[in-house]
Design a protein around this ligand. Sequence first.
Ligand code: FAD
Length: 463
Amino acid sequence: MSNKKIVILGGGISGLTVAWRLQELGFQTEVCESNEFVGGLAGTVRPEDGRYCLDFGPHFFITQKQEIVERITDLLADDVVSFERSAQLYVQGRFLDYPLSAKNVLLNFPLSDAIASIITFVWAQLKSAAGYLIRIDSKTVNFGDWATANFGNHLAKIFFRPYTEGFWKIPCENLSPEIIPTSTRLNFMKSLKMMFLKKVSGPAKSLTERELVLPLRYPKRGYGVIAETIANRVLNMGGFIRQNARVVKVELRKDGKYLVKVSQDDNEIELNADHVVSTIPIPNLVNMMSPESPLIVRQSADKLGYLSLIVLYVVTTTKDLLDTSYVYYLDRPYHRLAEMDKFCDSLFPAGENMLAVEFSCHRGDEIWNMNEQDLLELALPHLEHDNIILRNEVDKLFVVRAGHAYPIRYLDFRKNLDTFLNYVGEHNNLDVLGRTGEYMYIDSDQCMERALVLADKIAAKLH
Ligand SMILES: Cc1cc2nc3c(=O)[nH]c(=O)nc-3n(C[C@H](O)[C@H](O)[C@H](O)COP(=O)(O)OP(=O)(O)OC[C@H]3O[C@@H](n4cnc5c(N)ncnc54)[C@H](O)[C@@H]3O)c2cc1C
């Protein structure tokens, strides 16, 4: 056992996994989590003494990495259900496959839209073949131009632009093409190939491909069971996890080690750390650093914003609300509905069901400030119109909120992120990790992969 101690800011899946691996490698770890529960975005809250299990947007677990499969299988044993994810997209009064496929465009759009989509798509491909290709890694191209260059003008106009702006609530011109999740960078040609050949290959599969070939897993008492079980492993190996513990200051000492100040249950606690791993939002970390971070770093960090998420859970006894587990929407105040019965029926009492209604918003805006009844009133006219649920079928409401759900990859985010990462790179004993800490649009399995790699790197450095 090493006497070196690593303090980890944030007890989400990234923070807990890095602690787990470091404990296995013989280090002492202490995780500080500001919530009263662990798991962060991958957590589950259980109101009414655990009668209901509420995720921060319904999750499922999927991975291609053997080590992660083995760890998850070992963690969850039989407490998991496997299922096939089915999702639809509701556009212009029609249900389409999600993600949008070439088949949808050819068969489900009105003839005029299908023809215009194909002509402008082929034109865009010809232009790109002629050397005008707009690459995803370009620092100057905005999402709107990128979508037009890749999918053609018509599809960009009727689908990609309205969907993107409806979700992010930001004009496409201000967004980078890199707002697309790392695992979903699926181009239209690839989707055509998948549709006709039903064949997937290559080491870097997209989310769509991964979902076609890999089993999906969901823990019976909510997604948070994964993080809770990892937390138990950390504790059993002698690690320490503080909940309700908000990190307020990260002080670099003269010897290159850190003093981490934490506010827990109205007490101020000081923790000495040989190494610090931060998984918390970037602006929060930068503003708590001592000595104070340079002005340019603070200014850059403040521009790295996060989109917030509210999930309204509508409890009902009505079953079969949706035809698939998820439906994605354009032109609705919510962007996604999920029927929790289709994930697992042990998330609520027998005979009941829950509809998860997801609203993206910006912290402090009108939607963020709504209570559950306001949110229901906002959604209900559409839910009734679409024959999903009626007012008299609503028995109870719950709401969960995540202030930092999605890193917003603004057009110039890369410059600001690099400024921050260079600053972190100047600190020998500080690392950032995860979706929130590294500002990456990644899933929980990818967070775990990164955490395992980082733990090995820290161990090699500290030994
Ligand atoms: C709607 C939605 C659906 C998703 N669906 C899936 C899915 O189906 N499958 C999948 O694999 N992934 C999914 N994801 C992604 C997955 O949730 C994330 O990749 C993962 O949970 C990120 O974990 P993290 O630990 O990096 O960050 P976080 O979960 O954000 O953890 C950071 C932690 O830091 C804590 N914190 C913040 N400030 C402080 C402070 N000052 N002091 C102490 N603690 C602090 C926070 O409370 C939080 O617990 C989804 C995400 C969302 C938003």
